[in-house]
Design a protein around this ligand. Structure first.
Ligand SMILES: Nc1ncnc2c1ncn2[C@@H]1O[C@H](COP(=O)(O)OP(=O)(O)OP(=O)(O)O)[C@@H](O)[C@H]1O
Length: 377
């Protein structure tokens, strides 16, 4: 079985989408490959294609950046691509708009098949539909904040008045009101990244791609910016593809997370699926330090109802985070009744909650992997 067999199919793994999804496009990626090196396109479909990255390099001199990757991102979803350095994240995100030309496969954004667009269509798509936010902000040092934000609109041919009005709107949206006439070097790193966000939003794209935008920021500013992305997503509901090598960031931001290793998909799942049922040891190692009670939901710790269960316990939905349920659950003399859409779907006993909470108090070496994984359905 390949690693990709272990993951839920893109069609069946529905996300809990937070945004409204209005004005946002879906993304469909099928069998995407990027191989760097001579005669790379001759490798796919041959026995060499299944070689490990190291063996392929030794044999052909080619390096696999992205290997047969397929996934869907739903309109309005925040989809995080995660993996260690060299796992193929940047190559993948650049292939989505063909900043790097894929070797094989298809990419669709909304109604556009990116992989068959002409150069002119591609330029239009990058200008109007998809905005990228990078770690290096790429701000123009000699332009004020307002003009940096309006720059993309200028390129699109909007009149000065119109683009300044739109730029002022998004500058306010990202919390930079009052800094319109500042120059980039007068701003902190976090504020410069806000300008980058405003610039990406100014053209009202249907999708935002983030390539490790906050990696260079110090931890407190980084946390602020993550919260900012969550807030903006609630406000504008855009589809977002967010690249990071930081699991905590992935768990915080993602409706779903795709984990890559050596260019291949290891797992696609919601944060609680990735933590509750890691696809393999690689993912389990990644997630072993995550405080489970912050991520796992009652779905992972509930058991089937029995006829003799008390009907007086607190009622909660299966998507309630264990930590948020703990206080009310433990305070009650009766077990939690898990009710979805008016139907009793499970019961959570105190010890199921305590197992998760106590497990994370233990040193990592003593923790059981996938706490609760045996009881979920
Ligand atoms: N232009 C290139 N030529 C040859 N190999 C490349 C090229 N660009 C990337 N690679 C290789 O492709 C693989 C994936 O690289 P990529 O930069 O996409 O990974 P990443 O997950 O984004 O890593 P990082 O977090 O360090 O940026 C790596 O082995 C890298 O060395």
């Amino acid at each position: 079985m390949t690693a990709t067999d272990a993951r839920p199919s893109p069609e069946t793994s529905g996300p809990a989408v937070r945004g409204s999804g209005s004005g946002s496009a879906g993304l469909e990626v099928r069998n995407l490959w990027k191989i760097f090196g001579p005669r790379a396109d001759k490798i796919i479909g041959t026995p060499d294609a299944v070689l490990s990255r190291a063996d392929l390099k030794a044999k052909t001199g080619c390096v696999v950046g992205v290997k047969d990757v397929s996934f869907d991102v739903h309109p309005g979803e925040v989809f995080v691509v995660m993996g260690l350095s060299g796992s193929g994240k940047s190559t993948l995100v650049r292939c989505l708009t063909r900043l790097i030309e894929p070797t094989h496969g298809t990419v669709r954004i909304g109604d556009d098949e990116v992989t068959s667009c002409s150069e002119a269509q591609l330029r239009e798509l990058r200008r109007t539909q998809v905005s990228m936010v990078f770690q290096h902000f790429g701000l123009l040092p000699h332009k004020q904040v307002i003009d940096n934000v309006a720059y993309g609109l200028e390129v699109r041919g909007l009149g000065k008045k119109e683009r300044r009005a739109k730029a002022a709107e998004v500058v306010e949206l990202v919390g930079l009101a009052g800094y319109e006439t500042s120059y980039p070097d007068q701003l902190s790193g976090g504020m410069q990244q806000r300008v980058g966000l405003a610039r990406a939003l100014a053209g009202d794209p249907s999708m935002l791609l983030f390539d490790e935008p906050f990696s260079a920021l110090d931890p407190l500013i980084r946390r602020d910016m993550q919260n900012e992305v969550i807030r903006l997503h609630h406000e504008v509901g855009k589809t977002m593809v967010f690249i990071t090598h930081d699991l905590a960031e992935a768990l915080k931001l993602g409706d779903r997370i795709m984990i890559l290793r050596d260019g291949e998909v290891v797992q696609i799942g919601t944060p609680d699926e990735v933590v509750g049922a890691p696809a393999d040891d690689y993912v389990a190692d990644f997630t072993s330090d995550v405080p489970r009670s912050h991520v796992l939901t009652l779905k992972w710790v509930m058991r089937d109802p029995r006829p003799d269960d008390s009907s007086e316990g607190p009622v909660m939905s299966s998507s309630t985070i264990v930590r948020e349920a703990a206080q009310a659950a433990l305070a009650s003399d009766h077990p939690v009744r898990v009710v979805d859409d008016g139907k009793l779907v499970g019961i959570v006993d105190d010890d199921a909650i305590l197992r998760v909470v106590v497990a994370e108090e233990a040193p990592p070496s003593q923790r059981t992997r996938g706490a609760g994984a045996g009881t979920h359905r």
